[in-house]
Design a protein around this ligand. Structure first.
Ligand code: C2E
Ligand code: MG
Ligand code: MG
Ligand code: MG
Length: 294
């Protein structure tokens, strides 16, 4: 808190801010060391076709089990890595790791999150092409997830990168749809293959007709633009039913599974595709009617 009374201006020491800055600086250093020491991992969360119940692919999510600390949330480290630029190293590493891991899977897609900072670099499309060449993964099996911030005040290199990637067969998904600004104009600016509706639209879907209406409108619009609709954060069977009825395409969420290590991919697919959804199953909790407990 600060007090300005004309004469003396004083500021109380704010330990939380001080602590935050120190923690961020330390995390930045630790993160760089961890990537170099191979302590970072990608875990994979299934993307499931709502109608067929088939697994269509997996989203790669950064996981860091920091020795002596525990799991560090990407929500905490990604923003730090974006301010320092280290996110580009993470992106390059994640692309290579994800494409390498996906080679061992059946014919499924792998989706990799790429920061705006990285997509704005003129070298980006070439980096992706090189990773695909070196790993031998078919371009059609790779999906790049970007957020609309990449299209905010962008230069020509962004569309150039996206167009070139798409021309080779790589899919482009617009992530966290509906959380930023001017989303609708972005949809006309670039032909995305997929929009991913943010988790915030799914929370409290029950008994919230206005939320259902928004999701339905997004799905209809996406269909008109020949895009697929993935919905994030599907936790209950009831949510799945509503989304399916509103003709969304793909579900991602704890209902099926959180992100798991690459070694569990085969078992995950079997579990999800093997477990027929019990008709009329019900439950009110977050795992109510879940096919698989998270
Ligand atoms: P995102 O790309 O929107 O990823 C989906 C997030 O929702 C993941 O959080 C996932 O674990 C979480 N999630 C999925 N289903 C559910 C559910 O049913 N309930 C709940 N409560 N959460 C669910 P996570 O792994 O913590 O990642 C957070 C964000 O960090 C990601 O959001 C993405 O923006 C970023 N991120 C993660 N990994 C990477 C990466 O390798 N590179 C970059 N640039 N960003 C990453
Ligand atoms: Mg994502
Ligand atoms: Mg997302
Ligand atoms: Mg999201």
């Amino acid at each position: 808190a600060a007090k300005a009374d004309g004469k003396g201006c004083w500021r109380t020491f704010d330990p939380s801010l001080e602590e935050r800055v120190l923690r961020q600086r330390q995390l930045d250093l630790d993160m760089r060391a961890a990537l170099a020491a191979d302590e970072m991992e990608l875990h994979y969360q299934p993307l499931v076709d709502m109608r067929s119940g088939r697994v269509t692919g997996f989203e790669a999510l950064l996981r860091w089990n920091k020795p002596g600390y525990g799991w560090v949330s990407p929500g905490e480290i990604i923003p730090i890595a974006e301010t320092t630029g280290f996110i580009v190293e993470i992106g390059r590493w994640a692309l290579r790791r994800a494409c390498t891991d996906a080679r061992d899977w059946p014919d499924l897609r792998v989706a990799v999150n790429i920061s705006s900072i990285h997509v704005r670099m003129p070298s980006f499309h070439g980096e992706v092409a090189a990773v695909l060449r070196e790993t031998g993964l078919a371009p059609e099996r790779l999906e790049i997830e970007i957020t609309e911030s990449v299209l905010l005040d962008h230069g020509p290199e962004v569309l150039e990168n996206l167009k070139r990637l798409r021309a080779t067969g790589v899919r482009i998904a617009l992530d966290d749809f509906g959380t930023g600004y001017s989303s609708l104009s972005y949809l006309t600016e670039f032909p995305f293959d997929k929009v991913k509706v943010d988790r915030s639209f799914v929370r409290d879907l029950q008994g919230r007709p206005e939320k259902v209406a928004v999701v339905e409108a997004i799905a209809r619009m996406a269909r008109a633009l020949s895009m697929n609709v993935t919905v994030e954060g599907v936790e209950t069977r009831q949510q799945l039913e509503v989304l399916r009825e509103k003709r969304c395409d793909i579900a991602q969420g704890f209902l099926y599974s959180p992100a798991r290590p690459a070694s569990e991919i085969a078992a995950l697919i079997e579990r999800i595709e093997g477990a027929a959804l019990p008709q009329g199953a019900s439950g009110d909790g977050p795992t109510g009617g879940a096919v698989v407990p998270a």
